[in-house]
Design a protein around this ligand. Structure first.
Ligand code: GLU
Length: 322
């Protein structure tokens, strides 16, 4: 063991000496904010960093993905300069650019930059089979996990509650558990339902379905139609029959997961990351089943509210994607 470690350390020193002498400069570290470990953002960040790190000898860039509280947390932490990149819901990206809702106090984030988009994320309502919940309206008076502050689902849930004219007092309990804890809370009968804006399939949904026969519930009706009509980044979404234990399609609305950065992250680092992901796009799609629907053309353009990062623009121009 000791010997192996020594060898590794020596190899690492050798590699950095080589890099020092070659085209690439000293190692540069880039960080990616994701979400809870049972969601899709976390494996997405891992997959992106894996592709970036495969080219490390050539580029000198080392990428690491971190589990975080989710979209709003990622935006705020990029803004503070503590993260270079983050996965962020398209509605949260829009709000950050405009300084709306959860960003009203901090104001518009002018340095936020779009890099690419990822998978669709249906707003997913999951309920205990004994809770008598057949639609979003049935959440009234129930014990509901509305998401931790900082998560994207909390941001979207607040909009839906607002449009229903509800406050947290309309629930018997409004818990704020992070996504990694909501499955167990549901199966332990501490809550009747939770909402999670997430790509499918996701471990966070598969777990309570397998453990306590949790049910996916449609989120439909005039209020939801109104939200989809009002904002360009919301769309009608379906979770296909058989994805979990659902015999039929589950109908709801959704957002897109997007990948963002800021003007504080240099163009070369963004260019290198985008190039690594797009040149390894088929590998990337194979790294999680939620990515199977992705195409380069859509990823280069969809879900953009913030200006395009110049490093990403350079790659898209070179390859004719934009
Ligand atoms: N959409 C969620 C958020 O913005 C995270 C989903 C996931 O972890 O995959 O916080």
């Amino acid at each position: 063991m000791t010997i192996r470690l020594k060898h590794t350390a020596i190899a690492a020193i050798g590699a950095s000496l080589c890099l020092g002498a070659g085209a690439a400069s000293a190692q540069e570290f880039i960080t990616v904010g994701t979400g809870g470990v049972t969601g899709v953002y976390y494996p997405a960040g891992g997959a992106i960093c894996r592709l970036v790190n495969q080219n490390r000898d050539e580029t000198g860039i080392r990428c690491s993905a971190e589990s975080t509280g989710g979209s709003v947390f990622n935006v705020n932490t990029i803004r503070e300069g503590e993260l270079n990149f983050g996965v962020v819901q398209s509605d949260v990206q829009f709000n950050a650019v405009e300084g709306r809702n959860q960003f009203e106090e901090s104001g518009p984030f002018e340095g936020l930059r779009f890099v690419f988009s990822l998978h669709p994320e249906p707003f997913t309502l999951v309920a205990r089979p004994d809770a008598g919940i057949n639609g979003f309206e049935d959440l009234k008076g129930k014990r509901v996990n509305i998401g931790n502050p900082g998560s994207g689902q909390r941001a979207t849930m607040e909009l839906v509650m607002d449009r229903y004219g509800w406050s947290i007092d309309d629930f018997a309990l409004a818990s704020e558990l992070p996504s990694r804890e909501q499955a167990q809370a549901l199966c332990d009968n501490q809550i009747d339902a939770f909402v999670f804006t997430v790509g499918h399939p996701s471990g966070s949904i598969a777990e309570p379905v397998a453990t306590c026969d949790a049910q996916l519930i449609n989120v439909t009706g005039d209020t939801i139609d109104g939200i989809v009509e009002e904002f360009p980044y919301y769309f009608k979404a379906t979770i296909p029959a058989g994805m979990y234990n659902n015999a039929e399609d589950v109908t709801t609305f959704g957002v897109g997961a997007t990948f963002v950065s800021s003007t504080d992250t240099d163009d070369d680092a963004v260019y290198t990351l985008v190039k690594s992901v797009f040149e390894g796009f088929d590998d990337f799609k194979g790294l999680h089943p939620a990515f199977a629907v992705l195409s380069k053309e859509t990823s280069a353009t969809a879900g953009q509210s913030a200006p395009l990062h110049p490093g990403a623009e350079r790659y898209y121009k070179e390859t004719g994607l934009r």
